[in-house]
Design a protein around this ligand. Sequence first.
Ligand code: IDP
Ligand code: MG
Length: 149
Amino acid sequence: MERTFVMIKPDAVQRGLVGEIIKRFEQKGLKIVGLKMIQMDRDLAEQLYDIHKGKPFFEPLIQYITSAPVVTLVLEGENAVNIVRKIIGATNAAEANPGTIRGDFALTIGRNVVHASDAPERAQYELSLFFSEKDLCNWKRIDQDWLYE
Ligand code: IDP
Ligand code: MG
C-alpha cells in the first residue's frame, strides 16, 4: 500500500467543489487516512512548493495558495501516487482531459483546483508537512476485499 498527499486548493473550496472532488477519490476505491482543513501560512506554502522557488509563477502561486483555506488529504491504496495523478489530470487545466478533476472543473494552469504528490518520496515529504503519524487513521474499508485481488 502506498500513501499520497492531496490538497483541494482555495479556488475549489470557494467554488463549493470539496465534496465533488473527495467523492471521486472515494469512488475510485482509495482510502482516506487523513483529512484536515487549514489556511496555510507563507512558510508552509514555501515548504510545499520548495522545488518551484525562483520560477516566475512562484510568487503568484504562494499568494493564491495562502489566500483562503484548503482541504488536505492523505489517500492510501496500491499505486496511489500514480493513480491520483491520473485522476487529477494535466497541470494546465486547459489541456487536461475531460473526466479528470482539472479537465472537468478548471480552465487554466493558475487556478487548477487540486494538488497531488508526483512521486512516493515527495508524498512522504508533503504529507509530513501537514500530518503527524497520530493524525492518520489505520483502518480497513469494508469493500477492500472487492477492490483488490
Ligand atoms: P502539478 O500541480 O501538476 O504538480 P507543478 O508543475 O508541480 O504542477 O506546479 C505546481 C503548481 O504551480 C501548479 O499546480 C499550478 O498551480 C502552479 N503553476 C505551475 N506552472 C504554472 C504557470 O506556468 N503559471 C501559473 N501557475 C503555474
Ligand atoms: Mg507538482
